[in-house]
Design a protein. Structure first.
Length: 326
């Protein structure tokens, strides 16, 4: 099995790293061969193997074989891009809930205090539409009632509610990138300020390596129609004098990238023009390799979700207090 692993690929450690765990778990050949994409939980970093129940064996090296056996997979391998495929396993209610938390959570970090301060969307699988939020509320104000379904022709499902006109470039991104299921564009102050440089953020700290040249594109101008072609296969695109867009396989990844980008852009604006020196290229590669080994984006999303949940709870408490006084 190890001999068959291709050591000449960019992910050359993956084969030798994953084959021994498969052997140690005594997986049957048929179980390995039957693994499908839906059996991989990329966020939990687990593979679900469906097999028959076997008797338990006591002593060293014994293994209990449940109906559903979970094993950890390497956490620095990304979900694959499959031509024409849409990878999504979340229900629409769950996507709506996450979108509200993303709006409120990013807003809690100062990234959405104004009306028209940005827009977040999530693709609806199997439909020419996405889930987004209304235009006339700041991200800090979004509630479940402000989440709407928007067709790619611009039609909003809720009568009398208006979505952002900027969703037109979300549509273009979804058409160009079948692997993308969420788009985040917040007019965050530090991202907006940094975008005036017309370049990617400089490498001032470890988080900045997420936005190095291999992951961050620059739009040639501020036109909406330029954004999707400029993004290409990257996770981030800087829009000069406007802001930035981050994308991901789900809202969690796209939102986490946006929050980290805001911090990275803050450092870039503050340190550019000072005697400070950015990280050398060799250190960038090393630091990015370390980040790939930790669940930074997952934990950043957990932080965003906590802040979003707290913000909603505060609003609900204030509403209940006001109602009690009537």
């Amino acid at each position: 099995m190890l001999v068959s692993c291709d050591a000449g690929t960019p992910r050359q450690p993956a084969g030798p790293g994953q084959a021994p765990p498969l052997a140690r778990l005594t997986l049957r050949a048929g179980e390995v061969a039957a693994l499908a994409l839906d059996d991989i939980d990329w966020r939990a970093r687990e593979i679900i193997v469906h097999g028959k129940r076997a008797p338990q064996r006591a002593g060293p090296g014994s293994l209990t074989r449940p109906d559903t056996l979970r094993m950890m997979i390497m956490h620095n391998c990304y979900a694959p891009y499959v031509e024409g495929a849409v990878i999504s396993v979340k229900s629409e209610p769950e996507v709506r809930r996450q979108l509200v938390h993303a709006c409120r959570g990013l807003g809690a970090f100062g990234m959405g205090d104004l009306v028209g301060g940005g827009h977040i969307s999530a693709r609806l699988p199997g439909a020419d539409a996405c889930i987004s939020h209304v235009f006339d509320r700041a991200l800090t104000e979004i509630t479940p009632d402000d989440v709407v379904k928007v067709s790619f022709d611009g039609t909003v499902s809720s009568p009398g509610r208006q979505a952002s006109a900027g969703l037109s470039f979300h549509k273009s991104i979804y058409e160009h990138r079948p692997d993308v299921n969420a788009v985040v564009h917040a007019h965050a102050p530090w991202i907006t300020a940094q975008s005036a440089f017309g370049r990617a953020p400089r490498m001032w700290n470890n988080h900045a390596t997420l936005f190095a040249a291999r992951d961050c594109a620059i739009s040639p101008d501020g036109l909406l129609e330029s954004i999707a072609p400029a993004l290409r296969d990257k996770s981030t695109v800087i829009i000069p004098w406007h802001g930035a867009v981050t994308v991901g396989a789900d809202i969690e990844i796209a939102a986490a990238l946006h929050l980290l980008l805001e911090w990275v852009c803050r450092l870039d604006v503050m340190l550019s023009g000072t005697p400070a020196s950015p990280m050398p290229d060799e250190s960038v590669a090393e630091m990015r390799g370390l980040l790939d080994k930790v669940p930074l984006l997952e934990e950043t999303w957990s932080l965003i979700e906590r802040r979003g949940s707290q913000s909603l709870a505060v609003d609900k408490s204030a509403w209940m207090a006001g109602k009690a006084q009537l």
